[in-house]
Design a protein. Structure first.
Length: 405
């Protein structure tokens, strides 16, 4: 059993060579000459690309015993590497077409070897450049509805599901979300991060009791509603794309939680980009055209997610009582109302909480950036407060359009 230590590029090469020699990885030729470099710029982990001389490559990802973005003062469990690998394996068995493939996993070293998706782009970077991906909404809806349904009580026996809830118990990473998503933005906290010019807007968030009630309800559901195995961090940096392909990575925040959380987070990131484009694309016609694409993406994702879930409940449920049409409609209505609320909460926490998005922080003109931040705060607030009145997609989109125009 290898004792944990943090890798450098040389360790990554040695480790992969060792795996090849022992038959633990058949991706490279036995005699391959390997090189590696570290390129991770995420919040938490080390990420190496290991190449051979013909440019075949794999990714070696290693968890650090602390949050990389903060440093050693924020210790963090290495078990997140197990969670990530096991969520990828679970989701990959259900939806291989949209899940990054795990080639090898070592729990002691908290490392995973993954297929290299470097031929694709990270959705966030591409959307910052206003690139369009007409299939991403359908793909995300497919990934979330299939992995959601096949890990839910509609499909699993109660005992099997409860065993999985234990397997995917992820208290430390959940606590990060509980704090950063649902608590910090609504109180004075040193982790919050916003410009002084936004202070009045932040104060109005902290003084809005209806909003704080909505945040508490969403948090309570996140804490105590193990509906399915979530990805847990479905932002645009966790999605690789090209025109035909969508692959999901990084489910280290995975756990059994409310179905609406992942789709809400995804929709929130689409809206963060929508608002950021008000400062990024100066030509009105061009901006409207791109923002229309984003709204179509949002609409497709919401609609297809609902349709696919309903179809799965109707044709593949193993629990006849849960599969009654009335309950299916009731359940999905709740899930989608939750999603609207989580979407709003993502907008707020990415604007004034610890972890921001490059879509907004990368806007150079500080006045234009401020206007975008004010818009995301109002949008997030209104979505959270009015989520319960969104009984269907028409209600949701009517609300959205009223807020965006
Ligand atoms: C300390 S981790 C900050 C954020 O990065 C992750 O990707 C999650 O979104 C988390 O909230
Ligand atoms: Mg991540």
């Amino acid at each position: 059993m290898a004792k944990y230590f943090a890798f450098n590029a040389e360790h990554a090469v040695d480790y992969i060579k060792h795996l090849i020699k022992n038959g633990g990885l058949d991706f490279f030729k036995k005699e391959a000459k390997l090189t590696a470099y570290e390129f991770g710029d995420g919040n938490l982990n080390l990420v190496f690309r290991v190449n051979d001389e013909s440019n075949n490559s794999v990714i070696l990802k290693q968890a650090l015993p602390y949050a990389r973005c903060v440093g050693e003062s924020w210790p963090l469990t290495l078990d997140r590497a197990r969670i990530e690998a096991e969520v990828l394996v679970n989701h990959g068995a259900i939806c291989s077409e949209h899940t990054a493939e795990v080639l090898h996993y070592n729990p002691e070293l908290a490392l995973t070897v993954l297929e290299d998706l470097g031929h694709l782009q990270i959705l966030r970077g591409a959307q910052i450049k206003a690139e369009q991906f007409p299939l991403v909404a359908e793909h995300v809806a497919h990934y979330l509805s299939y992995t959601g349904f096949y890990n839910s009580d509609f499909y699993l026996t109660a005992q099997h599901k409860k065993a999985k809830v234990c397997q995917f118990s992820n208290p430390e990473l959940c606590q990060i979300t509980e704090d950063l998503f649902f608590s910090d933005p609504y109180i004075i906290h040193e982790r919050n991060n916003f410009p002084t010019e936004l202070s009045e807007n932040v104060a109005s968030i902290r003084n809005n009791s209806a909003l704080k009630l909505a945040a508490a309800k969403l948090k309570a559901k996140f804490l105590a509603c193990p509906q399915t195995l979530l990805h847990g961090d479905m932002h645009s940096g966790s999605i690789f794309v090209d025109q035909k392909t969508t692959k999901i990575i990084d489910p280290e925040f995975g756990f059994f939680g409310p179905v609406g959380f992942d789709i809400g987070s995804f929709m929130g990131n689409i809206l963060l980009n929508y608002c950021a484009q008000n400062a990024r694309i100066t030509e009105l016609a061009k901006r409207r055209q791109y923002q229309t694409h984003l709204l179509t993406c949002l609409q497709d994702c919401y609609t297809l997610f609902e349709q696919k879930w309903l179809n799965l409940i109707t044709h593949h449920s193993n629990d006849a009582s849960l599969a009654t049409p009335e309950f299916a409609r009731y359940y999905l209505q709740q899930v989608l109302q939750d999603a609207v609320g989580y979407c709003g909460a993502e907008l707020i926490r990415r604007t004034i909480g610890l972890a921001h998005v490059a879509d907004i922080d990368g806007i150079e003109d500080s006045q234009a950036r401020l206007a975008v931040q004010q818009q995301t705060l109002i949008l997030g607030e209104q979505l959270m407060v009015n989520a319960h009145s969104c009984n269907n997609k028409d209600d949701f989109f009517a609300l959205l359009i009223s807020l965006l125009n």
